[in-house]
Ligand binder design. Structure first.
Ligand SMILES: [Cu+2]
Length: 362
């Protein structure tokens, strides 16, 4: 930490070892740090992620614990700063005052400043441990199970009881306990939708869980919270908390089977053909990585059987519109650095046809 300060008409830097040297523009540094902090504080924008207004029981437990700790921290701050202020004023050097008496060792003080933090830590540890057990228990009966698989850089969501596989947008019903059973296909990720609670690491070869009950409908934004490579920051997710009827309607729609290939016509049929083409020399093809029920079985990329019903693309970084799809198909790695989906030479006609086909997959 540096502090620029006027001293005898000059600005100085107070270094860690308390030596003072001239430091032109010190105040500008302080102003720049303050501005950067304000800027970071305003970063939520169109993708707000805050744990301060939880909408599930898990989030509320964390929020309550957080507030408890803030009050303890505030108490410690007031006591320590008051003592410091008192000492600074009471024992300041006065003109002509003799050197104060030097003391060494005080059993009372030493026992006091060992015991006081220990007592504070106990008052923090007890609710913390209670919260850990409360948020890590077995899922209640009747909980909706969703399998979460982290990939570089997108989220796969499977609903084993409904036979649904989707990506990046998880739908859950309000008021029903949900248990996420999570693992990773590659490296360590971390699932975090701050308003719901969490977070939990998502690891290859291991299963972790989060259980929560959402208490209000709406969209909850989330994000991978463990650095997992080049596009870690682009690994977003959305949790759509639907009312009971809305969730049932969504699930029913996701269970529909796309119309058979030979019933498609026009641009949509052309799009299906482009989707199936294997392109030399690199042998790239959509069907190698993506599944569409009745068309392809690829598992490396998101399941596209109902891609047209999703609000966003590419793990939530692009809107699922004609423009968004076109941008994505034209050059995926420029939209999402490191994307495993390569840039493929597609003509404008092929892109338009692919867009029409993908949008037809409702
Ligand atoms: Cu990540």
């Amino acid at each position: 930490m540096v502090f620029g300060e006027r001293f005898g008409g000059q600005e100085f830097l107070f270094t860690k070892d308390a030596r003072i040297r001239r430091f032109p523009g010190g105040r500008r540094y302080v102003a720049a740090i303050a501005a950067a902090m304000l800027l970071v504080g305003a970063c939520s924008g169109e993708f707000p992620q805050s744990s301060l207004h939880p909408t599930a029981d898990f989030g509320e437990h964390i929020d309550r614990l957080y507030r408890t700790i803030v009050w303890w921290a505030l108490g410690v701050f007031v006591v320590v700063e008051s003592a410091l202020f008192f000492v600074i004023v009471r024992f300041r050097e006065r003109r002509g005052s003799p050197e104060p008496k030097h003391v060494h060792g005080s059993t009372l003080l030493e026992v006091g400043w060992t015991l006081a933090p220990a007592v504070v830590l106990i008052f923090i540890a007890v609710p913390t441990i209670r919260t850990i057990f409360r948020t890590d228990g077995a899922p209640p009966e009747g909980a909706l199970q969703v399998e979460v698989i982290g990939h570089q850089w997108w989220w796969e969501f499977r609903y084993p009881t409904y036979g649904i596989t989707t990506a990046n947008e998880m739908h859950i019903p309000v008021g029903r306990p949900v248990t996420l059973v999570m693992t990773s296909a590659d490296v360590i990720h971390s699932f975090w939708a701050p308003k719901l609670g969490g977070k939990r690491d998502v690891m290859p070869g291991r299963t972790t869980r989060i259980t929560f009950t959402p208490d209000s409908a709406g969209v909850v934004f989330g994000q991978c919270a463990e650095f997992c490579g080049e596009s870690h920051a682009n690994m977003r997710l959305r949790v759509m908390v639907d009312d009971t009827a809305g969730f049932a309607a969504w699930a029913a729609q996701q269970q529909t089977i796309p119309p058979p290939a030979d019933s498609l016509t026009g641009l949509v049929q052309a799009g299906l053909q482009a989707f199936r083409v294997v392109r030399d020399p690199a042998n790239h093809s959509c069907i190698a990585c993506h599944a569409v029920q009745g068309v392809s079985l690829g598992v490396l990329g998101p399941n596209l059987t109902h891609v047209g019903s999703r609000a966003t693309l590419a793990s939530g970084i692009l809107p699922n519109t004609t423009e968004g799809l076109t941008r994505w198909l034209r050059d995926p790695p420029s939209e999402k650095p490191g994307s495993l989906m390569p840039k493929v030479d597609l003509t404008d006609d092929e892109i338009a046809a692919l867009v029409a086909y993908l949008q037809s997959l409702q």
